[in-house]
Each structure stands twice: as C-alpha cells, then as structure tokens.
Design a protein around this ligand. Structure first.
Ligand code: CA
Length: 221
C-alpha cells in the first residue's frame, strides 16, 4: 500500500518513513507544499500523512483544495502546535484524523491502520452530474454510460464541476482548483480543456454561461 508522507522536517520524515516501510508500506516523501498538492491530486495513495506547516503552500490550503476537487483519500493531519483551533480547522478542511507533535511512530501507525480499515470498508464512491459519472476509487469517467479517456487534469476539472453541480463556476476558479494558478495562461488552459472534454462527449456536456463560467446540470428535479 502506498502512502504519501508530507513532512518538511527531515528527521521526522526519515524516522516515520522507516517505521512505515518496516510495516510493509511503500512511502513517498514530499517536503514542498506545491509538490504535495500535485502528488495528492495526480497519484493514487491509500492514505496521506500531512504536516500542516509546509513551505510554499500550507497543509490546510492543500487539504481544502483536494477536498474541493473531490479527492477522497483518507488524510491524517500532523501539527506542531496541537491547539484545538488547528484541530477544528483541520477537520473542517476535510481531515479524517489528527495527531499532535511530538508523537510516537507506533501511535501514527495505529491511527493510519484504523483510517485504512475505515476507508476500505467504504463502497467505491460514484459521483453523478450532468451525464458524467466519476468513480473516485478508479478515477474513471463515463459520459452517458460510455467510458471516456480523461487526463488527470481533465478528471479534476470534471470532478470539481460535479461537486458544484447546478452552479456556475468561473474559469478562474476552475484554474485555481485544477492547476493551482489563477493567471491568464491557466484560464486559457482550462478553456482548452473544456473544449477537449466536449469533443470526447457532446458539445453541451459542459454548459457555458457566457461571461460567467461553466456548469454541469444537476439532474435532481
Ligand atoms: Ca513542518
């Protein structure tokens, strides 16, 4: 089972990853916020251990973005301070569990195993919106019953629109969630992605509200 360990303290990272590897886990270590965000979005981890204090992009912002994009991987949050405010913020942002530093590796491994048991007991979540079906576990997309090829970015774009189905989402907001940037280049890339997805489905699979943004229809009456 592959675990992402997002921790910028090299001593903690090597201690924890050593213990996890000894327990049979495959561990990827990432120390920079943007890299952590990207890996969490594009790779398939069984669980993620996320330190809140990371350089470049803080852990809470990363976690919020993951959850807003529909990412459901269980996340165990680590924090240096252990204040109840951080704990509340962490759960609000979508953390599944929380461990204050300093902690014993045994405690972390026990919590991680509990998280993995809970997530494996869950059926594969399938999100439906505007004719699209997204399988969160396999990261596959179908449109009107037919599976389509979607790149990780295209998947993220459809997943984000699906979590906001029935609401118009601006190209800039999509750029922020799909690419992590809000500049014109990112906005143009989002527009190009929408065009590609329409080509793979139908011209109005992603609807356009001129001057406002994009949306997926909410099929609920
Ligand atoms: Ca840190």
């Amino acid at each position: 089972m592959r675990i992402l360990l997002a921790e910028d303290d090299p001593a903690i990272a090597s201690l924890v990853s050593g213990q996890l590897q000894a327990q049979g886990f495959l561990v990827d270590i990432a120390m920079q916020g943007p890299e952590v965000w990207e890996l969490g979005e594009t790779s398939d981890y069984a669980a993620i251990v996320l330190d809140l204090g990371l350089p470049g992009m803080d852990g809470l912002s990363i976690l919020k973005r993951w959850r807003q994009a529909g990412m459901q991987t269980p996340v165990l949050v680590l924090t240096a301070r252990g204040s109840w405010m951080e704990r509340v913020d962490g759960f609000d942002a979508g953390a599944d569990d929380y461990l204050p530093k300093p902690f014993r590796s045994e405690e972390l491994i026990a919590r991680l195993r509990a998280l993995l048991r809970r997530s494996q007991a869950r059926p594969n979540p399938v999100v439906v919106a505007g004719g699209f079906q997204l399988d969160e576990a396999s990261r596959r997309v179908s449109f009107e019953g037919r599976q389509i090829e979607a790149s990780p970015m295209e998947y993220r774009l459809i997943a984000y629109l699906a979590t906001r189905k029935g609401s118009v989402v601006s190209a800039i907001e999509l750029a922020a969630h799909v690419q992590g940037r809000e500049d014109d280049a990112a906005k143009n890339a989002v527009e190009a992605m929408v065009t590609r997805i329409r080509r793979k489905t139908t011209p109005d699979s992603i609807q356009n509200r001129r001057g406002f943004g994009y949306l997926l229809a909410d099929e609920q009456p």
